[in-house]
Design a protein. Sequence first.
Length: 255
Amino acid sequence: MILIQNYMVIGTGFNISFSPVHVLFNLLSMIPPTLILCGGEGKRLLPRTNNIPKPLVEVNGKPILSYIIERVNLYAPRKIIVATGYMANKISSFVSNSYAEYDITLSYSGDVDIIERVKLAAQYFEEDAIILYGDTISDIDLHELYSFSNSHRQIATISVWRMRSQFGIVEIEENDNVHSFIEKPTLDYWINIGYIHLKKEAIKLLYEFDSFEQYLSYLAKNNNLSAFKHHGDHITINTVEELKIAESSIDKLRI
């Protein structure tokens, strides 16, 4: 007989049943150190970001960063690193007060490109790392991402999601007759949503570049970047309009 015990996953509010086998599986399948990038100003979210940094903007009463931290923590990362920049003291205070029981390291790098934040935080990596954007909430299975990346020869993996059109589409026949309307369809293009896994070789290459965009482009051009296709839900919050969408759809995410 396998004994089933109930545990409260700290910070989520959900009771989850685990067997000892399940607990052992999670311990053996821990994901690598996970870096959450929280350095941006969030100018397009003004006035919400007048007095707080973007990761602390609330979605239905809960900061974006809380959704991310609590989701990541479910996958037993070896360490969580929060890379700060703009209003770093507010993020540091929030993390220290709200997540004192978590193993979170704060890394401050000032007003710099993303790649400089990653370089500074790399001192806390072991062999590899997973990198997340601090304005993106997703129900990506991090175990699946990690397994996918390790099963491919490329030294880095980005998570991608099918692009959704912001507009309705009109289908027109050859004789200019309107055939149908499609409301904000999913397009045949994929967008980078972060959730990036860097292997040891990829981390070493960071120091040869001055921007994260150039770095990822280099990996792609040299066939060293794979794409993990996420078919679940995803929310990126860059603007006030996107925040409104997030507030109406956050409950649909499996987080």
